[in-house]
Design a protein around this ligand. Structure first.
Ligand code: BTN
Length: 267
């Protein structure tokens, strides 16, 4: 795997300059968080052919069958204000769409806040974790799990109704490594934009790709649900909605989850 990824990867300015490849790992995010605390350099990437304990958001697991997907984590140590760090997950969603479009010619949509989707099904999961260094500076471990060659039976019965892969949607039978290299390149560009505060292109790509705008969605909280109209994405990638009470308000990442009215992303 390593040889092939390096073959496809060009000169990287930061992301993937240090690239650590594993045949098998528990979780690339967990491993990279340890490396971060040991002082790993900015842009270090960890990628594995299989994860035995892949983690998702909200303490869920992330299914990571061998050789079928991209299981990648990247360490970012940008010297930027905390508000800008909060945009990393949304920016990474756009970078995933850029990489898939580059190789497959089809651009996934984005389910707010950060899941690339195809055919209204989840194609990719993104888990961003903050690590506080002993000197008080924050580092970000950005974990991406992109479903590439899975068929329906590679997903458990619980995940099957919402998950998909590039093979299932587009008949993609190409190289996981070539796609991983494309993703590292796009993440390198994204990181450049984040560090230099040139994120306008990413914001407009996000707005264009967001599958909910102009549609009704369900906002799901810990104890209640509400159907709202998704209006727009604000400057900080928040979702502006019109509530059932006729009030306009903004929902921020991590507060609530969003579902389409008729399925995972479909409204
Ligand atoms: C989610 O949708 O809940 C987020 C899933 C994130 C999965 C990726 S795979 C690479 C990295 N390592 C992990 O353990 N998780 C992330």
């Amino acid at each position: 795997m390593e040889k092939k990824i390096r073959q496809y990867l060009g000169e990287q300015s930061l992301v993937g300059r240090t690239l650590l490849c594993f045949d098998e790992i528990g979780s690339t995010n967990t491993h990279l968080k340890c490396l971060a605390l040991e002082g790993a350099e900015d842009g270090t990437a960890v990628i594995a052919a299989v994860q035995t304990a892949g983690r998702g958001r909200m303490d869920r697991s992330f299914q990571s069958p061998k050789g079928k997907g991209i299981y990648l984590s990247v360490l970012l140590r940008p010297e930027v204000p905390m508000e800008r760090l909060m945009c990393v997950t949304a920016l990474a969603g756009v970078a995933v769409c850029d990489a898939v479009e580059e190789l497959c010619g089809v651009r996934p949509g984005l389910k707010w806040p950060n899941d690339p989707v195809l055919g209204n099904q989840k194609l990719c999961g993104i888990l961003t974790e903050l690590v506080m260094m002993p000197d008080g500076t924050p580092a970000v471990v950005l974990g991406i799990g992109l479903n590439v060659l899975q068929s329906e039976t590679d997903f458990s019965p619980e995940v099957r109704p919402i998950a998909t892969s590039l093979a299932m949607e587009l008949g993609y039978a190409g190289s996981v490594e070539e796609l991983a290299a494309a993703l590292l390149r796009q993440l390198d560009c994204m990181y450049g934009a984040l560090r230099t505060n040139r994120m306008a292109g990413y914001l407009s790509a996000y707005r264009k790709g967001c599958v909910h705008l102009g549609k009704q969605v369900r906002l799901i909280g810990p104890t209640s649900q509400e159907t709202v109209l998704a209006l727009e994405i604000d400057e900080d990638f928040g979702l502006v909605v019109l509530g059932a009470d006729g009030q306009r308000r903004t929902v921020h990442t991590g507060e609530l989850s969003v579902r389409g009215l008729y399925g995972y992303a479909e409204s």
